[in-house]
Design a protein. Sequence first.
Length: 624
Amino acid sequence: MMDLIVNRLFSKGINILLLESQKQEVQTTVVSTVQAVPAFQITTERLDDVPLLVAQMQHMGLAELLDNCFPVHGNWQGLSFGWVTTIWCSHIISEANHRLNHVQPWAQKRLTLLNECAGQSIVELDFSDDRLSSVLYQFSCDEKWYEFEGELSRNLIRVYSFEKGAVRLDSTSSSGYWQVTEEGLFQFGHSKDYRPDLPQLKVMLSVLEPMGLPLVTTVVPGNQADDVLYVPALERVREVLDCRGLLYIGDSKMDAIATRAAVVEGSDFYLCPLSKKQVSTEQLQTYLKPMLSGKQELVELYATDVEGNELKDEEGQPIVVGKGYEIEVELSAELEDKKVSWTERRLVVYSQAVAHKHKQRLRKRIDDGVARLLSLNERKQGKKHYQEVGELREAAEDVIAEYGLTDVVRVEYKQSQAERYVRGYGGRPDRTEIDKTAHLKVRVNKAAVRKKEKHLGWRVLGTNAPKEELPLSKAVLAYQANDSIEVSNFRRLKNKPLSLRPMYLQRDDHAIGLVRLLAICLRVMGLLEFQVREGLKASEEGLSGVYAGNPTRETRRPSTELLLQNFKDITMTIIEGKNGFRQVHITPLTTPQQRILELLGWSKKTAYEVFSAGTSRSPPETRQ
């Protein structure tokens, strides 16, 4: 009976890890039986976090949806398209490696595990380079991908009961050693990797807050401007969510008047910082005049934690981190032969942290500029000697313009001369020559510096959202809460574990397909992280025992990387002998591992009851 239960649990993916209460009996049975069998074979496979990842994707309905949206050619044989992709995603996340030629050797070492997780017969050739290339080629088809991505996003919102909150949009680039072609995907452009010498592609992500769930993924050539990507992304998000009245949040590249008009015309709301093209320096100074004169009432902004709760100082008082006020401006724009008009709230916001950083930069720039000006006075070998005030003034003005010190420093010029006796040589008589030297003296205008510092740390955010729904303080917090897309998603996409850089592909369609495949992995990781964090929040407890070397340290916001790291080194040992003898032993789960599974909605009791009864495969229970 014990053998039957273990095998049934083993055939159900994640739940093979859950039979903790029976491990002692299994171990005893294995040892006693092995001693009685004269000849047996022992096989060991690493499980690690693969069953957990596969089960999560089963709960997402990933394999079935992929098979429906990507019908394959009739010659496709073996493991289904959906299951090839599902297992490939588990490999990418678990191994932090997206290279195609590494999947087949990895699968060959885990065939028993993968067979039972998928419930299908799997051979290592199911993950050959050619088979995986076919997956990428299918993903490169825009029509099929858009259909699949929309269905997947709607399915996840429904299954996990996500509220349709704000949508955050942003783009990034990924550079590599690719061949540039005239109409190709890989092009030179503004590099966010600080590698303008390398061609790149560009990725636009639209994610649903607050869980950071990617909704729409767009891949475009690397020379594509960012501002033109927003309106197509908005339209696709509207198709996926099929609702209006959403708040779209972006950076300053979203502030184009046409983009804002498109949001307004669609009965939605926007929130983004306004660049100098929209609010010039002179216009910002005009906005600040009432504040500087003391006539403008300011709203204080308080420090908050990652959950949005106000932080207190030692005396229990809120910590002030900034201030701000708002003004209203009437705007209009032509949009496809249609005039769109609206009232924009411009939030003039001051941040102490930003102001401090900019003051440090200003002072360093002044110090460096003054040092560079004074160096013009130096006389040494290999350095130009300025004799005339005119040429010295010209050189000093170039330095002042380079460092932006026009209103900050005052430079005084002076010319001196001295007689120098020169002894005769080579038939030339003794003589007296006059040496001319131009000098400068630099003074810093402290009053001008203080005036400049008063304008530092201020920026303008634009929104059309009603003040009742998005007051100033809430708007600032919403804009600053950029962890989900910029920090978390882009970090994972471009670095470990998804490691888009470097990309070992040269074909455009394969590169597009890989980015879209990694976008699926982003969803898996984001959902794991969100579920565990929400579970900890609901229980008002922390998760301990997950940090190496510090078992007492707790966290209420563990990352997916940290959670999966705790499932490494779980192994499965299979002992087989004569007359059909077979026993399976799994590395016993630790307390933190059991706790993580509970937070994800899987309980030992449910697993034992469901699978010992021999029922059909079904996803684990959903935690409400």
